[in-house]
Design a protein. Structure first.
Length: 176
């Protein structure tokens, strides 16, 4: 939308006001863009680049080099959801909020947690949170799956062994 369109008709036709409108149009367009994108920053799952920067500053996080916007959102969500009290049900819902297919099994003072993450930095954040969340008398095993894109074709090297052993008997003094 053009800034001139908000002015009365008699001002739109004046040369000076046309120049003023042309000079102020970029700031006006940026303000309109910021207002339209502001609702995205109300929710952690739809944060923009600016929203991620704000939440990282609030939570004391730093963006790792090479992090995608989605990865940064996940790290913010992991840190944000770190709250007390810690119960089994809270742990399961916390893991489900990170990955809907995540699972945990408790057996004989041992918890095995399986979760799929976006990157290594998220695994470190999750480990720190789980260390606070899980009681010290429980052993916990964290198995993470991190999807990766292959940039080169996969090379598979293989070798084979034959059953048995090839031997050669050598007698001193014999010539073969």
């Amino acid at each position: 939308m053009e800034l001139k369109e908000y002015w009365p008709r008699f001002l739109q036709n004046l040369f000076e006001f046309g120049q003023i409108a042309d000079a102020e149009q970029p700031e006006y367009a940026q303000a309109v863009q910021d207002i339209r994108s502001a609702p995205d920053d109300f929710f952690l799952l739809s944060l923009s680049e600016y929203g991620c920067e704000r939440w990282e500053a609030i939570l004391g996080l730093t963006a790792a080099p090479g992090d995608t916007l989605e990865g940064r959102r996940e790290r913010i969500l992991i840190k944000y959801l770190n709250h007390l009290p810690y119960t089994w049900r809270t742990l399961l819902s916390y893991l489900q909020s990170i990955d809907p297919k995540a699972g945990a099994v408790l057996e004989d003072y041992r918890i095995q947690i399986d979760v799929e993450l976006q990157g290594d930095s998220q695994r470190e954040d999750l480990q720190a949170t789980l260390q606070q969340m899980i009681p010290a008398n429980l052993l916990w095993i964290l198995r993470t799956a991190i999807r990766q894109k292959l940039t080169q074709p996969v090379l598979i090297c293989a070798s084979g062994l034959t059953p048995g052993m090839v031997t050669h008997k050598h007698q001193p003094g014999e010539r073969s």
